[in-house]
Structures are given as C-alpha cells and as structure tokens.
Ligand binder design. Structure first.
Ligand code: 5GP
Length: 113
C-alpha cells in the first residue's frame, strides 16, 4: 500500500532528508516533538513491526544502526536520545510504513501516555 513515506522515498513529495543508503532513508519529522526528531525508515514497505519477519531482522538492525549514526552526526550521541517504534492504534501509529523515531536534543520525560 502506498503511504506518505513511500511517496517520500520516490521523491513524489519533498522531505528534509538527512541520510540515505540503498535500503534506508531518514528525514526530519514534519511535526517535531523535540529539537531533533528524525524518522528512520527501511525503503522496503513493512506496514508495522507486527508484519516484520525473520527475513527482515538484518534490515531492522540497519534501521537502528542508522539511527545511532545519525544521532552521532547530529551531536546528540553523548547527551542521549530515544528510539521509538509505534505500532497500530494503541501505540499511536499514524503512518503504516515501519519507522523508527529518533528523538533528542533536550531532556526527555519518561511518560508514555
Ligand atoms: P507515527 O505516529 O506513525 O509513529 O509517526 C508518523 C510520523 O510521521 C509523525 O511524527 C508525523 O509528524 C510524521 N509525518 C507525517 N506526515 C509526514 C510528512 O509528510 N513528512 C514528514 N517529514 N513527516 C511526516
């Protein structure tokens, strides 16, 4: 299914892209919740983490390692950050193309809800 993120991958809509490989894309969230708020996505359209299989293990690992590298390049590796993957309604997922939020640049509260 085509989502807003597949349109960003195909350059059909603009995004502020900060990182790209053959398999991964990362861009600034349009509605940032912190000074740094990047979305890291596999180019493969996996709708939710529920849909990931053992075949996707390496790809999802690469998403996390990309987030780590981006955090370092943006200067927040030492101060710290959070990686978040929302899943379905109760998780607050609104775009059904697997993505990892990289959030940081300020002290984050730990209050899911
Ligand atoms: P979710 O709620 O699914 O975990 O996260 C989806 C994220 O995508 C939200 O934080 C939202 O602000 C972001 N988003 C939605 N539409 C766009 C868009 O067109 N461009 C960008 N850069 N981010 C978007």
């Amino acid at each position: 299914m085509d989502t807003i993120f597949s349109k960003i991958i195909k350059r059909e809509i603009p995004a502020d892209i900060v990182y790209e490989t053959d398999e991964i894309l990362a861009f600034k969230d349009i509605d940032p919740k912190a000074p740094v708020h990047i979305l890291v996505i596999p180019k493969k359209p996996i709708p939710t983490i529920n849909d990931a299989t053992a075949e996707d293990a390496e790809l999802i690992g690469k998403v996390i390692l990309a987030a780590k590298d981006i955090a370092k390049s943006l200067g927040i590796a030492e101060s710290g950050y959070r990686l978040i993957m929302n899943c379905n309604k109760d998780g607050g997922q609104t775009v059904f193309h697997l993505h990892c939020h990289l959030v940081g640049g300020r002290q984050l509260a730990w209050t899911p809800g």
